[in-house]
Design a protein around this ligand. Structure first.
Ligand SMILES: Cc1cc2nc3c(=O)[nH]c(=O)nc-3n(C[C@H](O)[C@H](O)[C@H](O)COP(=O)(O)OP(=O)(O)OC[C@H]3O[C@@H](n4cnc5c(N)ncnc54)[C@H](O)[C@@H]3O)c2cc1C
Length: 380
């Protein structure tokens, strides 16, 4: 079990944010004997806005970390359905496929695993500032005191805190999205994920653990503004234009008291090293969920970074070499996926182009398989 936190100690690695990227990184380092402290601003278990479909590429990796996926009887997802707003549905097998597990369960399991391996996990502990004091020593100011570490990794997700913002940000016009999620009970084959398009957005539905389905959508923020900032009104007037979504939204049992919603979501690469910190997961760049498999990307990035950090802690590479090698490894692993994500995102969410794209893919199943292949990586 983790030892009590100490503000006098210099930990080898401090990790800011205990989502998938941060927890997986912490476990890999701790199991090789690295002293790790991880700060999470919330507590476990906690629901998160996420579609909760994980590409199969991460299955072996999670098992390797000690997550008992085989015992959890999770739904394996092998079939995909994508609908256009006018009711046309493209059906396709998913070559690699995925599985469903709620973030409520997965993040909690990973946190327990991290503690078992000796990581000091501080919950309800928001990081307020990180200052690089000297080579190999940074000071981390948190809601529960100040800590020190040789290396600090940022895995704080899609919202970049002020202390991790680049000194000068280039202002660019990017679409602003909102995300909404529910757990529901509904009528959908457990091995199927469906993606339903609506104006300026799309909604995914697939099974997770505990006999539940996750219904999660991403929409341009303008849809909500046009609906008087009322989620139910937006669902009624905009999402329900798609007949499949109308069925799910009106004929399912909703298990949350109210929707879980987040706003101000932007998708763009941010960089693997900012202000002396090494970034993992969405902190390095969030990818559009339509195809991005952001969770698998966060886990894969944690593996790339853990391998390089171990070389650094063994004295086999300098900090500069660590940063540049990680940056190259990240680009080579993810740049193609990010481009594919942007391309597919352009096709979807618009009435005419979505319908045309789905109709075309319907007649060219090999092309459909190719596009799906671009969004899933190989097992790691
Ligand atoms: C609508 C939507 C649907 C999605 N659906 C899918 C899907 O079906 N499949 C998929 O693979 N991906 C999906 N994604 C993407 C996926 O959720 C992310 O890519 C993934 O969660 C990234 O993991 P992470 O560890 O980088 O960040 P997170 O999981 O977001 O973790 C970041 C953690 O840092 C903590 N934190 C933040 N700031 C601080 C601070 N200052 N101090 C301490 N802690 C802090 C947060 O509380 C959080 O726990 C979806 C994303 C969205 C928006």
């Amino acid at each position: 079990m983790g030892t009590p936190p100490s503000s006098n100690k210099i930990y080898q690695c401090a990790i800011v944010g205990g989502g998938l990227g941060g927890l997986c990184l912490a476990i890999q380092l701790a199991q090789e004997g690295v002293e790790v402290i991880l700060f999470e601003k919330n507590s476990y278990p906690q629901h998160k806005v996420c579609g909760e479909y994980i590409s199969m590429e991460s299955w072996d990796f999670l098992i390797g970390l000690g997550v008992p996926l085989d015992d959890l009887h999770l739904p394996k997802i092998t079939q995909l359905g994508i609908s256009a707003e006018n009711g046309f549905m493209l059906n396709s097998p998913l070559p690699l496929g995925g599985f469903g597990i709620s973030r409520h369960s997965l993040d909690h399991l990973l946190c327990q695993m991290a503690r078992t391996k000796g990581v000091v996990v501080l919950e309800n502990c928001k990081v307020l500032d990180v200052q690089n004091i000297e080579e190999n020593r940074s000071e981390i100011t948190t809601a529960q005191g100040t800590y020190q570490a040789q290396i600090v990794c940022g895995s704080f997700g899609k919202y970049t805190p002020n202390f991790a913002k680049p000194p000068v940000e280039t202002p660019t016009k990017r679409p602003n999205y909102i995300g909404v999620k529910y757990h529901i009970q509904t009528d959908l084959a457990p091995n199927r994920i469906e993606l339903h398009n609506f104006k300026d957005g799309y909604c995914g539905i697939s099974k997770v653990d505990n006999e539940r389905y996750c219904l999660c959508y991403l929409s341009k923020a303008s849809n909500l503004q046009q609906s008087g900032n009322d989620i139910k009104a937006m669902e009624h007037t905009i999402l329900c234009e798609n007949p499949f979504l109308k069925k799910y939204l009106t004929q399912s049992t909703f298990l949350f008291e109210k929707p879980l919603a987040i706003s101000n979501i932007y998708f763009y690469p941010k960089g693997t090293s900012i202000n002396g910190m090494l970034m993992v997961g969405d902190a390095a760049g969030a990818i559009t969920p339509v195809c991005g498999n952001g969770m698998s990307m966060a886990m894969r990035a944690s593996k790339l970074l853990a391998e390089l950090l171990l070389l650094y802690f063994q004295g086999k590479c300098t900090q500069e070499a660590l940063k540049s090698q990680y940056s190259r490894a990240w680009a080579s692993a993810f740049n193609r996926r990010i481009q594919a994500g942007q391309y597919i995102q352009h096709l979807l969410g618009k009435k005419t182009s979505t319908h045309l794209a789905l109709k075309t893919l319907h007649y060219f199943p090999a092309l459909t398989q190719k596009l799906i292949g671009l969004t899933h990586g190989r097992a790691f």
